[in-house]
Design a protein around this ligand. Structure first.
Ligand code: ATP
Ligand code: MG
Length: 242
């Protein structure tokens, strides 16, 4: 074998030996050194991802001293069954592109790969069994979503697997009474509340702007703008869950 052949053979071997990630490329080995660490989980449809999601994740990471945040786009969201959403592979690709430059962020395809209806409990079970006990899990969601947490599938078990961060934005903060009612309704879940600096951006607004042919520059990273301009799926009617 020539030197080049050996080099190629070694490269091929390292490719086949490479274990595919269970959660995501960057953080699959989190906690392997036994040191305590904190992983945030940012779920959402991300249809498409925008600067509001990214700023929210960054501020929550800072507020709770999280070591890493994994964005997990939903496969088939139960709450959006009657709504058309962009293909999962496109939402995933845009999440990957948007988060690539932040070493504390990565994206997992676990909910998309799992197929079927998406339930948070299944994701938390997978994460909890994957990571050692020194990795503490924090599930991040808007306080509007968290308000109904006691009705989520197997909510009592969820509370054993992760702590929950309810993110509030100025202008939509919960009153003390509302907070107390949520906490009382979900006694087995450790709920943490945080108020972040809001960016008044939503995926619905981005989709509406695209349908109207308006600019979405500066509302989402340029790589996402480029992807949307190239593929243009929100401007077309044919949108599926594949
Ligand atoms: P849609 O308009 O389609 O409902 P969205 O912008 O609300 O989309 P989702 O994918 O539904 O995005 O949200 C994922 C998570 O991000 C949720 O927990 C939601 O509360 C949060 N989130 C959405 N927009 C913002 C924002 N501008 N700032 C902070 N958090 C946000
Ligand atoms: Mg929403």
């Amino acid at each position: 074998m020539s030197g080049i052949d050996v080099f190629e053979a070694l490269r091929a071997a390292s490719r086949t030996d490479r274990r595919s990630p269970i959660v995501c490329e960057r953080f699959d080995d989190l906690g392997a050194d036994g040191e305590p660490c904190r992983l945030g989980i940012m779920g959402g449809t991300f249809d498409p991802i925008h600067n509001g999601h990214l700023a929210c994740a960054e501020q929550v990471r800072e507020a709770f001293d999280l070591d890493a945040i994994v964005f997990i786009p939903t496969g088939s969201p139960v709450f959006k069954r009657d709504q058309r959403i962009a293909p999962a592979r496109e939402r995933l690709a845009m999440c990957r592109a948007a988060t690539a430059d932040n070493l504390h962020f990565d994206v997992s395809d676990m909910e998309i790969a799992r197929g079927g209806d998406t339930y948070t409990i299944d994701t938390l079970r997978t994460l909890r069994s994957h990571y050692p006990d020194n990795v503490e899990l924090f599930f991040i969601a808007g306080s509007d979503a968290i308000a109904s947490v006691s009705k989520w599938k197997d909510s009592d078990e969820m509370g054993c697997l992760a702590r929950f961060i309810a993110v509030e934005r100025p202008g939509s903060e919960l009153s003390l009474t509302q907070r107390e009612a949520i906490v009382k309704g979900a006694p087995n879940i450790d709920l943490l509340f945080v108020t972040i600096e809001a960016l008044a951006i939503s995926s619905s607004e981005l989709r509406a702007r695209l349908v109207a042919g308006k600019s979405i520059r500066y509302l989402t990273p340029q790589v996402v703008v480029d992807h949307l301009m190239e593929h243009g799926f929100y401007r077309e009617e044919a949108v599926s869950h594949d």
